[in-house]
Design a protein around this ligand. Structure first.
Ligand code: HSE
Length: 438
């Protein structure tokens, strides 16, 4: 069988990793895919670099349109990122009847519904293993390995930069700002780290996993997103004393009224494997009704780990290219006409237990005032400590853990408590996720 021809859009970190691994493991890959997979065209703005990496015979251009329009290209690998130029190129490639492999989570989270729909009309595949958790084959696991299950929830550490920052803050008792600077120096965080630290990158990823886990359309506009910028070393340390680690989690869960879809920092019991995922590593736990809890761990970024996912997609496309499109694995695992309109719940309708840190004036009756408000909203306290620490102005820290409560009630209770004259600063609220796999 003739080799399948690949056009690479972008030969930066992941692109060069993909090119190198594809070449290095070509023999092994052919044994698996049944045919060669060769990069015949590369588009990159940096022609000098692209030419220095490309072998002779590979066409190098700075015009990506040359690749997506080229009649001999079978698969376009989109690694340029962003949601504007990348979207046009992906849609053009699809219109030209080419399969697409992409690592672009922002593109698919925002425009997946449109892209998957036009790809279906054209009978081409759009594969995106590399878009979620780098080298971890979580899309494959959700889409194929776990198809027997009714998935109950998915929870993941899916942004390595944020996890690195939280690990460093805990292990070295450092505040947020210098650790972020260190992450930038080490090349983990982007020069503009907003997507990493504000939870947006994780939100892209959990949106895609949610769609595949529950067979619902990709709905990035419905994710609740809270990043790690307001976390203090103080809370990380209190959490640790209470037997928890704080992690930035992407969570999607099926409940009676709909689907929860959220990204926020959470206290995770330190005995959970997920709580022990440190540094830039990623991990995802999927709970299925038949299999129970399963854990997937590995590198969430980097040249070769991400290349591993890109190439796995290339092999899948090579294997399935000649199959009737109706017999291929559906892009969201569920048949297109079986997607469900189960609503994504607003955050106010989500129930979680909470960690609260309050700064209050240390005098009789203060606790009674606070617990009165909590009781008014039916919020029950499960643990409480008052620290001896006297803050500037003579106030003390009170840490409370609550049982599960409705977000809406907790929001209202926090507003009321913050308005009490005895409360001297904003309340720190961090949700608790027990992630019990039973
Ligand atoms: N910036 C991401 C992270 C990697 O820090 O995990 C690519 O998604």
């Amino acid at each position: 069988m003739k080799p399948i021809k690949v056009g690479l859009l972008g030969i930066g970190t992941v692109g060069s990793g993909t090119y190198a691994v594809l070449k290095r493991n070509q023999e092994e890959i052919i044994r698996r895919s049944g045919r060669g997979i060769v990069v015949t065209m590369i588009a990159d703005r940096d022609l000098v670099r692209a030419n220095s990496l490309a072998d002779s015979g590979v066409v190098v251009t700075d015009n990506a349109q040359d690749v997506v329009m080229h009649p001999e290209i079978d698969i376009v690998v989109e690694l340029i990122g962003g949601t504007t130029v990348a979207k046009d190129l992906v849609l053009t490639a699809i219109a030209q009847g080419k399969h697409v492999v992409t690592a672009n989570k922002a593109l698919l989270a925002n425009h997946g519904a449109e892209i998957f729909s036009v790809a279906r009309e054209k009978g081409v595949m759009v594969a995106f293993e590399a878009a979620v958790a780098g080298g971890i084959p979580i899309i494959k696991a959700l889409r194929e390995g776990l198809t027997a299950n009714r998935i109950e929830w998915v929870a993941g550490i899916i942004n390595g930069t944020a996890n690195f920052i939280l690990s460093e803050m805990r292990e070295k008792s450092l505040p947020f700002a210098p650790v972020l600077e260190q992450a930038q120096k080490l090349g983990y965080a982007e020069a503009n780290p907003t997507y990493d630290i504000e939870g947006i990158d994780a939100a892209h990823k959990i949106t895609l996993m949610s769609a595949i886990a529950f067979g619902v359309p990709v709905q990035f506009d419905k994710v609740y997103i809270e990043g790690i910028t307001r976390l203090t070393q103080e809370d990380i340390s209190y959490a640790e004393k209470l037997g928890y680690r704080i992690k930035l989690l992407g969570i999607t869960r099926r409940v009676d009224k709909g689907i929860e879809l959220r990204v926020h920092p959470a206290l995770v019991p330190e005995r959970r494997l997920l709580a022990n995922v440190e540094g830039v590593m990623n991990a995802v736990v999927v709970k299925g009704d038949a299999v129970g809890a399963t854990l997937y761990y590995g590198a969430g970024a980097g040249a070769e780990p991400t290349a591993s996912a890109v190439i796995a997609d290339l092999v899948d496309v090579a294997r399935m290219q000649t199959a009737d499109p109706a017999h291929r694995v559906p892009v969201l695992s569920f048949q297109f006409d079986a997607l469900s309109d189960t609503p994504i719940l607003p955050m106010e309708a989500v129930e979680t237990a909470c960690y609260l840190r309050l700064q209050v004036i240390d005098k009789p009756g203060v606790l009674a005032e606070i617990t009165r408000v909590l009781a008014d909203f039916n919020i029950s306290i499960s643990a409480m400590i008052q620290k001896e620490v006297v803050n500037e102005g003579g106030s003390v820290n009170i840490i409370m853990l609550t049982h599960k409560n409705l977000e809406k009630d907790m929001n209202a209770a926090i507003s009321r408590i913050e308005a009490l004259p005895v409360v001297t600063s904003q309340i720190a609220r961090i949700r608790i996720e027990e992630l019990n796999g039973n």
